[in-house]
Design a protein around this ligand. Structure first.
Ligand code: TXA
Ligand code: MG
Length: 319
């Protein structure tokens, strides 16, 4: 595996060119986006896209997000840009919003798991942007973790999870947002949220769509290996068991027999999102019998964070 270290704000094109060339040669390239690290492959290269599923251990019926360098390339991926989609693009791209729309016939079935829709996003990270621009092609990129494990926010996380299954890892330090993009669907006559995430759109649109529309919305996801239980904000971890690690906040109540690991201030949700996955991974590495994750109980970005925490607990929520 080749590891390329670049400046997150001002990456050197000469350093990134081998990564772009690797994508064009059908190799797998992990790279940072503003949300989490993605495992990239050229979207129109069926064999390379197949290798992404194999490297992650991901079921082939779970479709991938296509990443583009610039909003103007969206026509290569979708059948048409509706007025609703255009409004979302103007408001949020580049940025952590993924839009599900009717796909262009050119997008391979392996990308969309045979669906007639495709998920597309234009990331807002200088390294992702330059890599996509140098490659000159659309790139699929699921989060670069083993299927159902915690998403990666550093290059080390990627290496720990995927090792030699990845050909190139572009290392630009920790990702600035820390949780995945928000996914909205513009298919049909209304815009609906399929996955809460880094961008808040709840105030603008309908409630979440049924989970059948969002194949990746599994109850167990982003999960540590240790048994994990979620408790309500300010809840008592002792309700879940005799002891273990309590992932909470600076103002969480410490309980006897529990080691409290804080995600930070409960009202500094940007920082909590940034630290969430690295903290879950660090805690999991301690090998505890039980992890209790405390929900933050806040609106906005807090809902996306609590969604991740409930799934980390496999839906095992005491509240
Ligand atoms: O922030 C992100 O979105 C990151 C970075 C790397 O861009 N990517 C990411 O990809 O989170 P992934 O594969 O881990 O999650 C993508 C989700 C999956 O739950 C998948 O089922 C859903 O998007 N998805 C993809 N295509 C879809 C489609 N056509 N319709 C509905 N859901 C779709
Ligand atoms: Mg993922």
């Amino acid at each position: 595996m080749l590891r390329i270290v670049v400046d997150p704000r001002d990456p050197d094109p000469a350093l990134l060119t081998p990564a772009a060339d690797a994508l064009l040669a059908g190799s797998l390239v992990a790279f940072p986006t503003e949300t989490v690290y993605g495992l990239g492959a050229a979207a129109f290269d069926r064999a390379a896209v197949g290798a992404v599923f194999a490297a992650k251990g991901r079921p082939i019926d779970d479709p991938l997000i296509v990443h583009i360098a610039s909003p103007s390339s969206v026509g290569d991926v979708v059948a048409e840009v509706s007025p609703e989609m255009q409004a979302l693009i103007e408001r949020h791209w580049p940025g952590p919003l993924t839009i599900v729309a009717r796909r262009s016939g050119a997008v391979p079935d392996v990308v969309t798991a045979g669906r007639d829709t495709v998920a597309v996003r234009c990331p807002d990270h200088p390294v992702a942007h330059l890599l996509l621009e140098l490659a000159g092609v659309a790139v699929v990129a699921p989060s670069a973790n083993r299927f159902s494990y915690v998403s990666p926010t550093t290059a080390d996380h990627v290496v720990e999870d995927l090792g030699e299954a990845v050909d190139v890892v572009v290392d630009a330090g920790p990702t600035p947002v820390g949780i995945e993009s928000t996914i909205v669907s513009v298919v049909g006559d209304r815009v609906s949220v399929l996955r809460r995430g880094a961008v808040e759109v709840d105030a603008d649109f309908d409630a979440e769509a049924p989970s059948s529309l969002a194949p990746g919305r599994l109850t167990t996801h982003y999960s540590p290996r240790a048994r994990t239980v979620a408790i309500a904000a300010h809840g008592d971890p002792a309700a879940a068991g005799p002891g273990g690690v309590h992932v909470g906040f600076d103002d969480s109540a410490a309980a006897p027999g529990w080691r409290l690991v804080s995600l930070g201030k409960r009202d500094d949700l940007g920082a909590v999102a940034r630290h969430l996955y690295a903290t879950l991974r660090d805690v999991d590495a301690l090998g505890p019998d039980l992890i209790v994750v405390e929900l933050c109980g806040s609106g906005g970005l807090g809902e996306a964070i609590d969604d991740r925490l409930r799934r980390a607990a496999g839906g095992n929520v005491l509240d």
